[in-house]
Design a binder for this molecule. Structure first.
Ligand SMILES: NS(=O)(=O)c1c(F)c(F)c(S(=O)(=O)CCO)c(N[C@H]2CCc3ccccc32)c1F
Ligand SMILES: [Zn+2]
Length: 263
């Protein structure tokens, strides 16, 4: 289909031309700032099951031209009352070496180094992701902010492989691992709001859960992510570096963001 990107003539200003929802309501990402936050004491800790995937299973790591995507296994599920959601894929957003700030969601205007998204679909109601993503209650995405600090051995299972998928449509199999380790310790502290896919087709079908606490990776790991990948395939005459693959902040409109924590 049409190709879209994050810069130039294919950038986000042109997305609504080919993807009408991108110009619509309930768009993501948004900034979590004080006057649109509302404490909600009924928000429960996120319940994971099957997240500690055995190394006898395998994930497919691929460069899809927009991000590095890792396919997940359908035994990985989350429960967000009243529904259960089955994991589909996880992918990343990041900046560039000279401006290492590439998260999609921001907290009080602060953009983090990057962001992990774990995409799930409502498997109580829909057969698969493609069906679910068109429905307002179809998807649940977990957002994990990335900060720079010490080396992260779990993250390294992805970072160590990206030299093998530098170009679009390249993919490799990697051994399954504990995806729980990519999430922060506190699954009970998060921001919650109704939003959308942050890429075309931008369907307003996502129940967003963005954890309060970031995961930490080293500067070297972040630089590897920022410098390894291309949006174009290996025989392209004009290679395009895969950097700054985050969407600009969208307006909240009438939306409030619920928070599961007080201070
Ligand atoms: N930030 S986000 O969570 O909104 C989000 C992405 F940022 C992103 F890049 C992708 S993608 O599949 O890697 C590339 C374009 O769809 C998806 N992929 C989802 C959406 C559409 C689709 C269709 C089939 C499989 C996965 C997805 C996504 F949900
Ligand atoms: Zn994403």
């Amino acid at each position: 289909g049409h190709s879209w990107g994050y810069s130039g003539s294919k950038g986000e200003e042109s997305w609504p031309k080919n993807y009408e929802f991108c110009g619509g309501v309930y768009q993501s990402p948004v900034d979590f700032h004080q006057n649109i936050l509302q404490y909600d004491s009924t928000l429960q800790p996120i319940k994971l099951s099957g997240y500690n995937v055995s190394s006898t299973d395998s994930f497919t790591l691929s460069n899809n031209g927009h991000t590095v995507q890792m396919s997940l296994v359908p035994t990985m599920k989350i429960e967000i009352e009243p529904f259960h959601y089955t994991a589909s894929q996880l992918h990343l957003h990041w900046g560039q070496k000279s401006t290492p700030k590439g998260s999609e969601h921001c907290i009080e205007g602060k953009r983090f180094a990057g962001e992990v998204h774990v995409v799930h679909y409502n498997s109580d109601k829909y057969a698969d992701l493609s069906t679910a993503m068109k429905e307002s209650d179809g998807l649940a995405v977990l957002g994990i902010l990335i900060e720079v600090g010490s080396f992260n051995p779990t993250f390294e299972k992805i970072i160590s492989q990206i030299q093998n998928i530098r170009f679009k449509n390249q993919k490799i199999q990697i051994a399954g691992f504990g995806v729980r380790e990519l999430l922060p310790e506190r699954l009970d502290e998060y921001y919650r709001y109704e939003g959308s896919l942050t890429t075309p087709p931008c369907y307003p079908s996502v129940l967003w859960t963005v954890f309060r606490n970031p995961v930490i990776i080293s500067e070297e790991q972040l630089i590897a992510l920022e410098t390894a990948l291309y949006c174009t395939d290996s025989n392209s005459s004009e290679p395009v570096e895969m950097t700054n693959n985050y969407r600009q902040l969208q307006s909240h409109g009438e939306r409030l963001v619920s928070v599961s924590f007080r201070e």
